[in-house]
Ligand binder design. Structure first.
Ligand SMILES: C[S@@+](CC[C@H](N)C(=O)[O-])C[C@H]1O[C@@H](n2cnc3c(N)ncnc32)[C@H](O)[C@@H]1O
Length: 262
């Protein structure tokens, strides 16, 4: 699959076009071989093509930003189901990275106001770039804010008014072994979450409780091993009800949801 996608990229054609291709020009072959070498050296496919698919979008990615993962598409789907029928809901995406969650919600729920928060100065360049591209394509513009999701002053003007907070925060426990594609190419700020992986989530919960209106929804992605610990943390916080955990398509615990108590 990766080889096919790299060949298609080297040729500037779609992957399906490869089926009817009779020949590859020498210049494209040289480009292809160089790409395969880099991929064999564990450079992520998406950094080589510069694109990452996410639901109905194709986002620009590269060094400095977390490559959006297919499992996060389900969290976006859950959020969109919660918003169904709402005329002008307000959504906050904490830790926006490429903008995968924020921009998909804006694309699939016209009329929504989405605020995307990102702390990493390198990553936010990608958030801004992708947000501008989606606005140019006709989607509802997403507001991109430089900020820390654990900052008690973040988005003060929105306190008690937000309809949904969604986040795929850094949640990898310190010392966990990750593939070279991740260790060498995803930004450290996107990955590491302290000894149990939940350091940033603890601050996120305080922010979400402050921003959400009573009855509003929270959805947080987590690691395979956090299907018990993250829901427990949300319950223990005391500001949320209806705490539930959801598996991904492979059946692994993947995201926790809850509602803001009145
Ligand atoms: C796992 S990535 C997720 C990116 C994107 N939402 C996605 O699903 O592909 C986590 C993102 O949170 C950002 N981040 C980490 N700590 C943060 C903080 N305290 N406040 C705001 N953003 C933070 C990282 O820079 C990174 O872009």
């Amino acid at each position: 699959m990766d080889a096919e996608l790299l060949l298609a990229h080297a040729l500037g054609v779609s992957r399906t076009r490869l089926l009817t291709l009779n020949d590859v020009a020498e210049s494209a072959e040289i480009r292809f071989r160089a790409l395969v070498e880099q991929r064999a050296d564990r450079v992520p496919l998406q950094h080589l093509t510069g694109r990452a698919p996410f639901r109905f979008l194709e986002l620009a990615v590269g060094p400095g930003v977390f490559v959006p993962r297919p499992e996060t598409e389900q969290l976006a789907g859950w959020a969109l189901e919660r918003l169904a029928g709402a005329a002008n809901p307000v959504v906050v995406d904490l830790g926006a990275g490429s903008g995968a969650l924020a921009l998909s919600i804006a694309h699939e729920h016209p009329g929504v106001r989405v605020i995307a928060v990102e702390r990493d100065p390198g990553a936010i360049e990608w958030t801004r770039h992708n947000a501008a591209a989606r606005t140019a394509a006709g989607d509802t513009p997403v507001e991109v804010i430089a900020g820390d999701m654990t900052d008690p002053r973040l988005l003060r003007a929105l306190e008690g008014t937000v309809d949904l907070v969604v986040s795929n925060p850094p949640y990898v426990p310190e010392g966990a072994l990750v593939p070279r594609e991740v260790a060498d190419h995803d930004p450290p700020l996107a990955l590491w979450g302290g000894p149990d992986g939940l350091d940033v989530v603890r601050g996120l919960l305080v922010t979400a409780a402050r921003l959400l209106r009573p009855g509003a929804w929270l959805g947080i992605e987590h690691a395979d091993q956090q299907g018990g610990s993250l829901p427990s943390l949300v319950r223990a916080h005391g500001s949320f009800t209806d705490v539930a955990d959801h598996p991904d398509l492979a059946g692994r615990p993947r995201f926790t949801t809850a509602r803001r108590l009145p």
